[in-house]
Design a protein around this ligand. Structure first.
Ligand code: PEP
Ligand code: MN
Length: 347
């Protein structure tokens, strides 16, 4: 249920409403929008409480949200969520570009790629230190050392960093070294991990499970939001279909659908979404045309010798750089801001 107040409602009245909600043993989540303030109630609400709230001073309306996810829904938060990390904005009209290797391999590799990512005009360096591999004998990532290598490279080149966290035990160390934490497709419904991310103090990019519905993705996001972390991005990274030519089928409809259902930024991953280098550029552009708030793209200085199998979907540095130049031209046509020249102040 949500309690809607106007943005004229004084703070004392809002506090009184929250006190009434909390006295009933329920959680109250506040969302200040441009023209109204919404208080979301999580937990089962008895009709008497709903009626009492409706009568309170400052309350304009009390609305039941029938969806199973609440905090992730647009009903709760009508404006787009804009996540700000060290001066970089993600969401709304801002286009966030994350680029880098599938896996961090060595200090030299990640430093070289960080420079290429920065020179191309992106804001965020991606790279996995812990890799979720289908087979147990495949390269599993360089672990905590990789986190340190990436943090240093990010700092040296003035980039934010994003890395995947696979288990609740590693949330703290990943949060210590990376600016944004990524939940991989295989972990979208790892509820212990999602709960741990609710209190990690870092924004989270939540990838859609490769067989998950929109509803399941939004409920997974709800776990993180319900823990108190408001900074969640949703990521479409392709789903499994009967088609075998591509690694996955990038579901472009997910972008406008999720943006309609939710206020959270939607990021597209055309690399895992297609699994083929030649498709990354057209699907990256299509994603931006469909309204994506950002892209996460694999790029490697030497894709043929990368340590994971994802070299086949990794762009060469010049392809990445040319793509970003094109996105700079495309962005304003679809109401987005992006400049490859803008000096980003990563504070
Ligand atoms: C990745 O980003 O390298 C990755 C493993 O992604 P996904 O979880 O989407 O497969
Ligand atoms: Mn990968």
């Amino acid at each position: 249920m949500i309690v809607i107040t106007s943005n004229q409602t004084p703070e004392e009245q809002i506090n009184e409403i929250i006190a009434v909600i909390e006295k009933e043993g329920l959680q109250a989540h506040l969302s200040k929008g441009s023209d109204r303030t919404v208080i979301g109630l999580v937990g089962s609400v008895n009709p008497k409480l709903a009626e009492h709230l409706r009568q309170m001073k400052g309350v304009e309306n009390v609305v039941k949200i029938s969806k199973s996810y609440k905090l992730a829904s647009r009903d709760f938060h009508p404006d787009d969520t804009i996540i700000e990390v060290k001066g970089v904005k993600i969401g709304g009209e801002h286009l966030a570009i994350m680029g880098g290797p599938c896996a961090v391999e060595s200090p030299e590799q990640i430093d070289l790629i960080a420079k290429l990512v920065k020179d191309a005009g992106a804001q965020i360096l991606r790279g996995g230190a812990f890799k979720p591999r289908t087979g147990p004998y495949s390269f599993q990532g360089v672990g905590v050392e990789g986190l340190k290598m990436m943090a240093e490279a990010g700092e040296r080149h003035g980039l934010l960093t994003i890395t995947e966290v696979m288990t609740p035990e590693y949330v703290d160390v990943c949060a210590e070294y990376a600016d944004i934490l990524q939940v991989g497709t295989r972990n979208m419904q790892n509820f212990d991990l999602l709960r741990a991310l609710g209190t990690c103090g870092r924004p989270v990019l939540l990838k859609r499970g490769f067989s998950a519905t929109y509803d399941e993705l939004l409920n997974a996001a709800e776990y993180i939001l319900a823990g108190g972390n408001r900074d969640v991005m949703l990521c479409e990274r392709g789903i499994r279909t009967f088609e075998t030519y591509t690694r996955n089928t990038l579901d472009l409809s997910a972008i406008p659908v999720l943006q309609g259902l939710s206020h959270l930024p939607v990021i597209s991953d055309p690399s895992h979404g297609t699994g083929r280098r030649e498709l990354v550029e057209p699907m990256a552009k299509a994603s931006v045309a469909a309204g994506a708030n950002g892209l996460i793209i694999e790029m490697h200085n030497d894709p043929d010798n990368s340590m994971t199998g994802d070299g086949v979907q990794s762009l060469f540095p010049d392809q990445f750089s040319n793509l970003l130049k094109d996105l700079e031209k495309l962005a304003p046509l679809v109401g987005k801001k992006f400049s490859t020249q803008e000096a980003i102040t990563v504070k």
